[in-house]
Design a protein around this ligand. Sequence first.
Ligand code: KPL
Length: 307
Amino acid sequence: MSFPLQGRIQIVGSGAIGSIIAANAQRHDIAYSLAPRTRDQLTQRLITYSGQSVLLNHNLPVAERLQDSDLLIFPLKAHQLQSAAQQWQQRVSPDTPVLLLHNGMGGLESVREVFKKQPIYLATTSHGAIKLNPHEVKHTGFGRTMVGEAPDNYRDNSAQSEMVMKVLSRCLQPVTWQQDIVRALWLKLAINAVINPLTAINDIPNGKLDSAEFKDQIGTICEEVAQVACACGIQAEATELQKNVQQVIINTAENYSSMHQDLARHRPTENEAINGFVVRQAEKKGIDVPVNAFLYNKITELEADYS
Ligand code: KPL
């Protein structure tokens, strides 16, 4: 069933998750446009989770200016966010809602330097997708999405929150609204701190982590993240983190993690925003995180070897 949406959604970038959002917007008759982040080529076709091929017809041109009833979506990596925000700074109104969807932490801080007043929404998803070639994306893992308001939004944004929730529940379902999205992001951070580097370093799909070989390492990574989270004021238990990780490993078993894909294609990874973030926070709090530090250093080394 479609719902009336007054504005348009403007999706920036042509990554895997942005393409899933675009295809679902099209399916639900939501007015949308896709804009390249740099000179990258836009995805033209999405192979859906059920195997259908959808041609993305970008039903609107890229927006010249976004209104309060529109939604600007950045399904980008944390390190790409600030320059993307700068590119859009002159085209948003003070009330245009902005949705960030990325792995790891630190995105809000870098975007807030540019969008000082706009209501910002934070989301995280465990849907998996792969870019088959510059024009084609395949939705490979059916996950779930959590969204909530950035803790530093300072006005009542209930109408916009409702709109964000409606858009996401059509475009990246199933979606749950989180009063405490920061805690949800820490829980997702633990998932990425385990799955992304381990699959990338060992060159395996997510499902291969479901073996005795990785059990202790996964347990230790979760313990380290839980300790750092607690020191940062986020209530988290290692056993809860480990259970979540295990669930995502099973749900996305066939999937290659985004970090695996990035390393394979010699693209910059999200290492700084994932294990790098854990290591930096641990240093600030005086906590030892040897396994996260090992993974962070290993991925840094592998990235430095790109020719
Ligand atoms: O977020 C992911 C990623 O690959 O970045 C997971 C959930 C691990 C799915 O692969």
